[in-house]
Design a protein around this ligand. Structure first.
Ligand SMILES: [Zn+2]
Length: 446
């Protein structure tokens, strides 16, 4: 049995109750009455940001807003060259969202920092509440974290929202200068970014675990696949003379499912299928379908994509059809940092919380932050696996466990950070300011 560490600060139940109360308070602030919806730089985002900034200041953090509206709370630290630990998640939501996606990560981190009771730390600590992760307003995600690592695609600044306002104008109207995007941590030594987040899936619940430690964020590929055949009359064209692309599409869907069931950790989905012209008495001339395929290991993902495309080609050949495909989006997977994750896992053990390891198929701010610093995620069980929905839930006991782990993690890191040694300690990496060099394509997310 591991030793149970003494956690100093508010009781676990008190902390969990206060975190959940704050989640409720933020849920009342919305751009759409009757639903929880907060888009990039919207009035509701301004209001939640002001409220969270007040809570941060009450906890002794010095707050600032960056040029895209990310809220950063800095814990007092006298050493300008101290390595930096960044905690946080996002405050924006999808349309008609739940109460916890992103928000819980910010408020858990805030509670863990509050519980330090302003005790000095041997490292710099920043709490970040990102201004946009979901991409609701401009259809492109991670605007907050992308701005923070200094990699906001200039082409995105010309995108327009539903009212026709360009992203550049929205940033300017808010008071930011979109040309001023640069990496916040350039030249700094980093401990890493740690994000607490609901799992948004059923795995932890199914394993009976309250918390999980992230292994990797999956790589993903989105494709459009089309089979072209020959349209014809459903009554007059004999079966043997048809070049019908619909059965080919059906074969393809089954091949996708078969491969994903056989390959561990692979998930693959055909979510859209459109026969054309699409009439009940007409043999379709073509079928277009979507393929969303994800795996934590990029080589395995690439192999699976190739194998599925080979399969499509042979289905098309056998049925005398044409097959076309187009890659719409390709994102490489990111592994969580082994050292920071191990420290998180050991801390959980030490405070008596059971954790499991899991890979996630969804995108998170951590994906972007990992481009410039070690990254780890603490995942909370999602009852029913429901997310991006008003029924999104968490168990108060799990929130308490996550609070205990995060709070103890900061304390443990403080004990293990020996200022004199830190120049050589490999846990710290120095950010070179060039974050756009990883070649990770992040045009879309899911
Ligand atoms: Zn989220």
């Amino acid at each position: 049995m591991p030793m149970i560490e003494q956690v100093i600060g508010p009781s676990t139940e008190e902390a969990a109750a206060s975190i959940l109360e704050r989640c409720e308070a933020l849920a009342r602030i919305t751009d759409e009455p009757g639903r929880i919806t907060r888009g990039f730089l919207s009035p509701a985002m301004a209001e939640v940001t002001t409220l969270v900034a007040r809570w941060m200041e009450e906890a002794g953090l010095q707050t600032e807003l960056d040029i895209v509206g990310n809220l950063i709370g800095t814990y007092p630290c006298t050493d300008d060259d101290a390595p930096v630990l960044v905690l946080g998640s996002h405050l924006d939501t999808v349309s008609d969202a739940g109460r916890y996606d992103g928000i819980l990560g910010v408020l858990l981190a805030l509670a863990a920092v509050e519980a330090l009771d302003r005790a000095p730390l041997p490292f710099a600590l920043e709490l970040v509440a990102f201004a946009d992760e979901e991409g609701l307003r401009y259809g492109v995600p991670f605007l907050g974290s992308r701005a923070m690592v200094g990699d906001l695609d200039p082409a995105w600044l010309r995108r327009r929202d539903r009212e026709g306002v360009t992203m550049a104008d929205a940033i300017k109207a808010w008071g930011g200068d979109p040309t001023e995007v640069r990496c916040r941590y350039a030249g700094r030594r980093m401990i890493g970014f740690v994000e607490a987040h609901i799992e948004q899936g059923p795995v932890l619940e199914q394993r009976g675990l309250p918390l999980g430690i992230l292994e990797a964020l999956s790589g993903a590929c989105w494709m459009r696949i089309r089979f072209d055949g020959c349209a014809g009359h459903a009554g007059t064209t004999p079966m043997a003379l048809r070049r019908d692309p619909v059965p080919a599409a059906a074969e393809m869907v089954l091949a996708v499912e078969h491969l994903a069931l056989r390959e561990p950790d692979l998930v693959a989905t055909v979510g859209k299928m459109r026969p054309s012209p699409g009439a009940s008495n007409v043999i379709a001339g073509s079928v277009e379908m979507s393929l969303d395929i994800r795996h934590p290991d990029d080589r395995c993902l690439a192999r699976s994509i190739e194998s599925l495309l080979d399969n499509c080609r042979s289905i098309a050949r056998r049925r005398d059809l044409q097959m076309h495909h187009e890659v719409l989006h390709r994102q490489r997977g990111v592994e969580a940092d082994a050292r920071v994750s191990a420290l998180l896992r050991e801390t959980a053990n030490a405070v008596g919380v059971e954790t499991g390891e899991l890979a996630l198929g969804a995108g998170h701010d951590s994906l972007i932050m990992a481009r410039i610093m070690p990254m780890a995620m603490l995942l909370l069980r999602s009852p029913g696996g429901v997310s991006h929905h008003p029924d999104e839930a968490v168990l108060p006991a799990d929130v308490g466990d996550a609070f205990d782990v995060l709070h103890a993690f900061i304390q443990r890191l403080a004990r293990e950070t020996v200022p004199d040694d830190r120049k050589t300690d490999p846990v710290f990496i120095r950010v070179d300011g060039d974050s756009g060099s990883t070649g990770v394509d992040l045009d879309c997310k899911g």
